[in-house]
Write a protein that binds this ligand. Sequence first.
Ligand code: CO
Length: 498
Amino acid sequence: MNDFLENGPMNPIKIQDNTFRDGHQSLLATRMRTEDMLPIAEKMDDVGFWAMEVWGGATFDATHRFLGEDPFDRLRTLKKHIKKTPLSMLLRGQNLVGYRNYADDVARLFVDKTCEAGIDIFRVFDALNDFRNFQTVVERIKANGKHFQGTICYSLTERRMGGDVFNLEYYLDKAKEIEDMGADTLCLKDMAGIMAPFDIAKLIVELKKTVSIPIHLHTHYTSGMASMVYLEAIKAGVDIIDTCLAPFALRTSQPAVEPMIASLYGTVRDPGFDLNALLELDEYMESIAPKYRDYLAKHRMSVIDTGVLAHQVPGGMISNLVSQLKEANALDRLPEVYREVAVTRKELGTPPLVTPTSQIVGVQSVLNVLFGRYKMVTNEVKDLVFGLYGKTPAPVDPDVQKKILKGYKRGETPVTGRAADYLEPELDNARKKAGDLVKDDFDLLIYALYPTTGEQFLKWKYGLEEKPPEIMPKTMDEIEREDKAVAEALEAVRKGRS
Ligand code: CO
């Protein structure tokens, strides 16, 4: 038998629950409402999770834009109900919870106010793994006495870890850099679900020799490897893993917590959770899930995306490529685009494929196939090549760089400093523009981060405009009426046939 897991000192695995953030962001377009979280908030708090990820990522955008909910209110409300378990958020470095780099004054205020509203742990990442894009937020996280979790985006250029960019040395160097920045924990973040079990086992063993801070693993089930990755990582000594409650797990979300608990039962890494308590929480999640079923992808039989195994292109990026090609009436050129993604990515400095670089590389690859290579270049690609997102993992191809920056408005010679050093302060201007609409710093941040949809939200919030019906929640009564109508229609078809 497996001596390692059954004998030796107890070392319970720590588990972070991601149901209220990545779970519904991955499966249900981030549409879960606060009112559906509250009935189980206290029970979730009792499970014994190391942390609960409840905020950040796309939730800030989705709450105010699609749900008419105040993102800061959600956080404050959850904090009232979840008192023991630390609350965690995903912070996109200098992009905060948006899709571009914000100026330092916005970043500082954002972290201060987020601490005030209830976040304890900040998982900070940068799409290029350029940690200079962490500096400003980390300074404020530390000043507020909160937990800084430094993140490495996991990426590949071939089927397994290795090659000349994303190899073992790359990850060990990055981990050292994060520890030197004063991180409390290190997170390996696999947004595309491309980690292979034995690569990760090896990486965890080597990381344990290199850094002394706890290691936290974040992956997605997308390719089908995630539960195997966790098991190998646990055997190799990883400290913390991310899971979701089963109804909001698997597919493109995280592995489910329940099978992990059952698998580890009685071993030295048993976290000691009450499985029956988790099953009760699952029942509740099943009961509210129908409200969101329209957002669940159900166009394929398979719950995993095996294509990811072959070309390492994240699932979300593939659907963007497909819809872009469809619009151009050129879906038959998808195989060409896959090949082009690999070439374009390399020429643009081999960025990890995560928001926003996945979109930047994807759109340019399609343009290259449809109109000829770099005949049309997006502004985002120009900015990336100019250095405005930070330093790419590998150098940008010099010929491509020259071609792209020819006549570029900011100049033809790329910059090499920290990205936000090229940005003017933004808050004063936002305050002036927003005027009376903004009542406090929380409002100001909503407006500064999302000027258009933020302004609209604030008008709803203060009753200056009525919320449109499409942002009001669907009730279970409505779901039942819909189901009844479908059943009646099917019955009519059946009768007509007989
Ligand atoms: Co994720």
